[in-house]
Structure formats: structure tokens, C-alpha cells
Design a protein. Sequence first.
Length: 155
Amino acid sequence: GTTHTAQMLVYDVDGDGLNGVITSDAHKHGIFWYRQTRNGAETTWVQHTIDDSWSQAHSLALADLDQDGDLDLVTGKRFMAHNGSDPDSSGPLGVYWYALERGKTPAWKKHALTYDEGIGSGLNVCAVDLDGDGDIDIVVTGKWAGPVWFENKFK
């Protein structure tokens, strides 16, 4: 499981009619989703890894970026969250979106909006149609900079 969760999102990731939980380990490596299963009155949660290749994902958002009808995940690396005491605290910054492929065994395909260009995501990532063109754009703020707007290029 996670030891410090900065944010949790609720979404039916696998399309089974039961909501799952999407979260991250904000001060270590790991973005996860938890599948909800029920057996009578008993509910259990099974952890699945979305990505554990980078650390400090503090902010999360769900939006249909690729316009395929399901919600994708947007997040980014926070820079030096605790002044260097977290794993990979000064590693390359990035903002990523993960295209969800729903199904019995969901898959998340990672895409970089920016990587190693000094832009990360601090405590807030917004998914909104900022320019009014009918698709969802991404806006992030970092620890020492921002906001940065990523215009959606799918439309």
C-alpha cells in the first residue's frame, strides 16, 4: 500500500460497475489503482501499479484527454517536496498522462507532456477546456514556477 497519499480519485477503472480508487505514494515511488471486489457483504481492495518509475506524484486529475470515452490520468513529479529527503527528490521533473485502456485487466499507457525541461506538477493539476475549443487542456503549477498550460492536440 501507500504510506502517504496526497490525493485520491474515485473511478470505475475496469468498467465492472464498482468504483476503484486511484492514488499515489506522494513521498516515494508509485501511482496505484485499487480494484474493489465484493463477495456478499464483504468488500476487498486489490492494489495494481500504474507506474512506479518516478517519485513524488502529489497531484492527480482524471479527464478524457484522448476523447475515447473513458477518463485518463494526469499527474507529475513534484520537485524537492521535503528539501531533499524524499527518494529521487531532485530527479528530472515531468508531467505525464496515462491513457486508460479499460477492460478486465486495465492498462495505462504513459505519455510525457514534458520531461526534464524544469516543469513538474506541484500540489495542483487542473484538467479543463481552457481555450474553449471543446477538448480538455492541462494546467500545472510547480514548486517554484507556474502556471504552465498544455493545450490538448487531439482535436
